[in-house]
Structure formats: structure tokens, C-alpha cells
Design a protein around this ligand. Structure first.
Ligand code: MCA
Ligand code: AMP
Length: 470
């Protein structure tokens, strides 16, 4: 089975129903199907064939959806790139993925124009569950950005699970502010939309100043968000929040920890208990609080159907309930490996289970609580930051002798990076250089200059001895 067979229930079965609202335009499922057929013809005319990669560097837009669906129909591999990435980060992905085509806003306009005159005929590609659909770059547990190969079968298993577990149907309407370049927006948002045949309003991005007004205007029943979005929504005036709560059916949170206090405050204000779940780029969704059962604050709930979870200690032995272990995952949702990195792929699997790098405990009744990660990953607004990447960049600057990055708690974004640097440069210069070369969320919130970094006798940096910044 492939994704198009799943989407045909909407493309064909709900041909005339409104599928998508974007800016002031609306599209039926039939139009979404036809647009992506034409886009597939335009890509084929550029020489794109099954297995070719197409890098896409776009903010959410209809053309991005056309391109994704065109790739799935052609059996080509969609490679989304975070729109906040700068040249250095983009070059790494471009070199690694070796795309036949690299699409930015200007190429998207040209391709859409070329597609206009082409027949809306679906390409005839041989697709099955093992056909790669997307290559999504993630830093995994090591810090080098690797492409996770996600197949038609992975997305399909995830979409069906999400529909089943969260009781999503064509009666829902989804408000999607999440970026399509991450699997939260792509794997859950876009796929749930097309699998269920529901109406979706997509926005270019989440803007907290206008978020409540957008809810009131569209009156959705379903919302997927990262914790930062929920923290922002707490600013909604009580009467407006109650009105939104009146037409909403389900709020889902993931990508970073949702503080229990935010869950409680949100419930008091909106009258809805947020459903928290746990996923990863390499595995899509793994563990979720139940829809109709107890949504337990601070936990991510129970394994999703067909997702086999093991909790193991450092020696690879199962841990008892109540003990911390590392999460290992097996199931049809788990990716096919890292793009052209056999060694990294081999290292990522143990006995057929994917090693997540996330630590958790399981309660006696089966609920999982995440307890951080084995690596130093910083989660800022749901975006991943690997300290090493910023440290390496700082160390490349002439005049920087030592640098270390740590994540510090932030009430809105969860965590933000702070730099401790031994250097003759001033903080403003360091910040300007980071801003020029790194995605904005990776730019350290503060640069603390030190004479030397605290180290152990063996030279390891003692992060806990660094002076605190507020
Ligand atoms: C943030 N910024 C953006 C965008 N998002 N710029 C352009 N397009 C965007 N989509 C920039 C802003 O320009 C600003 O930069 C900074 O980020 C903060 O913006 P602000 O308006 O203050 O935003 P906020 O209220 O703090 O909210 C940030 C956000 C964003 C909208 C929540 O962090 C976001 O979209 N997060 C979602 C990430 C995501 O989808 N993660 C899933 C990956 P400056 O600082 O220069 O002013 S994890 C995953 O996929 C797994 C499977 C999972 O489990 O889900
Ligand atoms: P990514 O590598 O971008 O796919 O991010 C996946 C990581 O986000 C996971 O390995 C977790 O560390 C984190 N994550 C996802 N969902 C949650 C959650 N509900 N609570 C805490 N962390 C989460």
C-alpha cells in the first residue's frame, strides 16, 4: 500500500468538499489532487524520476503541498529544509542529499506557472510501502545532521494511528500553524488532513499576536501545537478562551515537554485538557495519552498500537517499572535508516529496535514519563539545537579560544541556548556573527565571557560550575 491509495479516499471520494484554506483562497480535494498531478508533470519535465531528491526551502504555502504530493506520486524524495536555516546549514543538507532540484520561493513560482498548462494526469510510478517519501534532516543523538529516510509505509502507519487514537474524521476541521518542514506539521498535520478528508486552514506560521483571532475566525475542532504555542495561548482573554473551548474538540501537544502547570492553566482557561504525545523524526508518533481515558499531566501516555517500546538500562537490560531507562522503538512507524550513512544506521539500531536517546520511566499502569535525553539536545520552541554545532561555529572564529553552550530554562520557549566563551571578541561581535550564519533560534540568548572554562582534571568541561545567567 502507498500514500496515494490512502489519500484517494479524499481526492476521489470527497472530490468536491473544501479541503484547504490558505490566505484568502480555498481548494477542494479534487483541486488539490489535480494541482499535484500537474506539478508532478512539471517536475517530470525537469527530469525528476523515482528516487530523485527534491530539496524544498519554503515557508508553508500551497505550492509546498503541491510539491510534496507531486513527489509522492512520482516516487521522488521530498527533502524539506527549515526556513530559518542559513547558508551554512543549507549547504550541509544540499551536499548530503544531492538533490536534482532545489526549490526556493522563486523556483516554486516558476514551477507552478509551468504546471498550469500541463495535463492533470497522474504519473504512473510504481509505489509501495517501502518507497521513500521524504528525507528529513535531524541531528539524531550525535550532532551531525543526518537525513532520516521516511517511507510511504511509515507515514501511512502513523496517519492511521493518529486518526484512530485521536478519533479524527472528516467531521473535524484542523488549524495548522506548524511548519511543514518538520514531521510534526508534515507527518501529523498534512497526513491527518488528507487521510481523514477534513477541512484544514493552514497558516504561513504561528503568530501569537493573532492566534486567538484565527481560532475565532476559522472555528476549528482540532489543533496540533508545540508547548510554546500553548504558553502563548494562555495570554488569551478568559471570555475568548471559553468561546474557543466551546467549538474545539481536541488540542494535541508534542515535540517538547509540556509543563504540567501549563496543562492545568490551559484547562482552567479553555475547558480542554491538552493531549500530550511523544514522537521523533525517525519514528513519527510513538506514545500518546489516550483520547477517552486519563490524560495524565507530565506523562506522554501509553504506546500507540503497533509501536513496540522497550525501556533498557546501559547494559541493554529491561528496567523495572519506576526505574529510568532508555526508550527503544520498533514498529511500522520506524524509519528505513539514515541517508547514505550505513554506520550511523547500524549504530542506531539494537536487535531491530531504534535507540531513541530519550530517557523515561514507566508507571505500574503503563504510562510513560520522559526524563530528558542522553545527549545535550536543547529544545527551543520545539526546534532542536545541538550545542556542539554552535560550539564548533564559535571555535571557528579567530580570537575564540574556548566555547561551551548550555540550555537554560525559559518560560515561553522551554529552553534557550547560552554561550560561555573564552575570547578577546566582545559579545556584540559574537552575536552578530551567529546571526549571520545560524538559524535565529540557535543564536545564544547571552554570551558570558570567562577567563577559562571550569574543567575536570581530565579536561572535561564542568557545566554545573558555570556561572548562572537569568
Ligand atoms: C519561528 N520563527 C519563524 C518561524 N518560527 N520565522 C519564520 N517562520 C517560522 N515558521 C522565528 C521568529 O522570526 C523569531 O526570530 C523567533 O523564531 C521567535 O518568534 P516568535 O514570534 O517570538 O515566536 P514564538 O511565539 O516564540 O513561537 C515560536 C514558534 C516556533 C512559532 C512556536 O518555535 C515554531 O514554529 N515551532 C515549531 C517547531 C516544530 O514544528 N517542531 C517539531 C519538530 P528572532 O528570534 O530572530 O526574532 S519535532 C518533531 O517533528 C517530532 C516528530 C515531534 O515529536 O513532533
Ligand atoms: P526531532 O529530533 O526534531 O524529531 O525531535 C524529537 C525529540 O523531541 C524527541 O527525541 C524528544 O526528545 C522530544 N520530544 C518529542 N515529543 C516530546 C514530548 N511530548 N515531551 C518531551 N520531549 C518530546
Amino acid at each position: 500500500m502507498n500514500l496515494i491509495e490512502l489519500f484517494d479516499h479524499s481526492f476521489t471520494g470527497r472530490r468536491d468538499a473544501i479541503a484547504l484554506e490558505f490566505r484568502d483562497r480555498a481548494f477542494t480535494f479534487g483541486e488539490i489532487d489535480a494541482r499535484s498531478n500537474r506539478m508532478a508533470q512539471a517536475l517530470a519535465a525537469c527530469g525528476i524520476e523515482t528516487g530523485d531528491r527534491l530539496c524544498v526551502y519554503l515557508a508553508n504555502c500551497v505550492e509546498m503541498i503541491d510539491l510534496y504530493l507531486a513527489c509522492t506520486k512520482l516516487g521522488a524524495i521530498f527533502v524539506p529544509i527549515n526556513i530559518l536555516y542559513r547558508e551554512r546549514e543549507i549547504t550541509h543538507i544540499r551536499t548530503d542529499a544531492e538533490p536534482k532540484l532545489f526549490v526556493t520561493a522563486s523556483e516554486a513560482v516558476e514551477l507552478a506557472r509551468a504546471a498550469e498548462g500541463l495535463p492533470a494526469e497522474r504519473p504512473n510510478a510504481a509505489l509501495d510501502a517501502s518507497t521513500p517519501a521524504a528525507l528529513v534532516y535531524t541531528s539524531g543523538t550525535t550532532g551531525t545532521s543526518k537525513g532520516a529516510i521516511l517511507t510511504h509505509g511509515n507515514f501511512l502507519a502513523n496517519a492511521l494511528n493518529v486518526l484512530e487514537c485521536w478519533q479524527i474524521s472528516e467531521a473535524d476541521s484542523l488549524l495548522l500553524h506548524l511548519p511543514l518542514f518538520h514531521v510534526h506539521g508534515l507527518g501529523n498535520g498534512l497526513h491527518a488532513w488528507l487521510a481523514a478528508g477534513l477541512r484544514m486552514r493552514m497558516l504561513e506560521r504561528f503568530e501569537h499576536q493573532t492566534a486567538a483571532a484565527t481560532f475565532l475566525d476559522f472555528r476549528p475542532t482540532l489543533f496540533f501545537g508545540v508547548p510554546t504555542m500553548y504558553v502563548r495561548l494562555l495570554e488569551t482573554p478568559p471570555a475568548v478562551a471559553r468561546e474557543i473551548g466551546g467549538f474545539m474538540r481536541l488540542f494535541v501537544s508534542g515535540s517538547a515537554p509540556l509543563p504540567a502547570q501549563v496543562l492545568e492553566e490551559f484547562e482552567a482557561r479553555f475547558g480542554h485538557r491538552i493531549l500530550e504525545r511523544y514522537g521523533m523524526t525517525e519514528t513519527l508518533m510513538n506514545i500518546s495519552n489516550p483520547y477517552s481515558g486519563e490524560r495524565r499531566a507530565g506523562t506522554v501516555g501509553l504506546p500507540m498500537p503497533g509501536v513496540d517500546i522497550r525501556l533498557l538500562d546501559d547494559q541493554g537490560r529491561p528496567v523495572a517499572d519506576g526505574q529510568t531507562g532508555e526508550i527503544y522503538i520498533r514498529g511500522p512507524n520506524v524509519f528505513a535508516g539514515y541517508w547514505r550513512r550505513q554506520e550511523a544506521t547500524r549504530a542506531a539500531f539494537v536487535d531491530g529496535y531504534f535507540r531513541s536517546g530519550d530517557l523515561a520511566v514507566r508507571s505500574a499502569d503503563g504510562y510513560y514519563t520522559l526524563q530528558g535525553r542522553r545527549s545535550d539536545l536543547i529544545l527551543c520552541g520545539g526546534f532542536n539545537i545541538y550545542p556542539r554545532e554552535i560550539e564548533e561555529f564559535l571555535l571557528e572564529q579567530e580570537g575564540v579560544a574556548e566555547a561551551v553552550i548550555v540550555g537554560v530554562p525559559d518560560p515561553v520557549r522551554g529552553e534557550v541556548p547560552v554561550a560561555y566563551v573564552v575570547t578577546r571578541l566582545d559579545p556584540a561581535t559574537l552575536e552578530a556573527r551567529c546571526r549571520e550564519k545560524l538559524a535565529s533560534f540557535k543564536v545564544p540568548r547571552a554570551f558570558v565571557l570567562l577567563d577559562k572554562l571550569p574543567r575536570t582534571a581530565l579536561g572535561k568541561i564542568q557545566k554545573h560550575l558555570l556561572p548562572k545567567v537569568v
